[in-house]
Write a protein of this length. Structure first.
Length: 179
């Protein structure tokens, strides 16, 4: 079965839907994970922006909230690498927008760190949690002051549209320090 997993993962990562279909028909487990990192075929497809494959895997029962050994989800893979359409697909199929990996990062932090504004907007619209502790964590994850200021401005502006944000958050010490 290990060989079937390896072949399925490679097919999904490379966007080879027909091969993935044949492998699943031959008994490949759509939710199997590799033994070293715990990566699933859906994570591989999400990492590479393979929307059609991701949709196929979800239709075949892939767990959109499965985590690898570091706590990463398929949504974190998609948001880190800027794959908006895959992120939408995962969210529409129940992906947890507030899942936290072992380092305390979320899909929103990952999208923010790499400047994927469209995904940041999507995650906030779909309920990604914004709070004071989150801003402190983001400060650690987002390396430059310029990136941090831009991120805080965007996140707070967008979050006010979709969430009940405490106006005092804008005046928090972590935010003011950066102004």
């Amino acid at each position: 079965m290990k060989d079937l997993y390896n072949e399925l993962f490679k097919a999904c990562e490379d966007g080879k839907k027909e091969l993935a279909k044949l492998l699943i028909e031959a008994g490949a487990d759509v939710n199997a994970a590799d033994e070293y990192f715990g990566i699933t075929a859906l994570m591989g497809a999400s990492y590479n922006g393979q929307k059609e494959i991701a949709e196929f895997l979800i239709d075949k029962g892939a767990n959109v909230n499965a985590t690898n050994k570091g706590g990463w989800t398929s949504l974190m893979e998609a948001t880190t690498h800027g794959h908006t359409e895959v992120a939408k697909l995962l969210i529409d199929n129940g992906a947890d927008v507030n899942a936290v990996d072992e380092d305390g990062s979320t899909a929103l932090i990952r999208a923010s760190k790499y400047g994927h504004t469209e995904i940041v907007n999507l995650l906030i619209e779909k309920g990604a949690n914004i709070n004071k502790n989150y801003l402190k964590l983001a400060k650690i994850k987002i390396k430059t002051e310029r990136e941090f200021k831009a991120w805080v401005d965007l996140v707070l502006w967008r979050a006010k549209e979709f969430q009940d944000i405490d106006e005092n958050l804008i005046h928090s010490p972590i935010y003011l320090k950066e102004k």
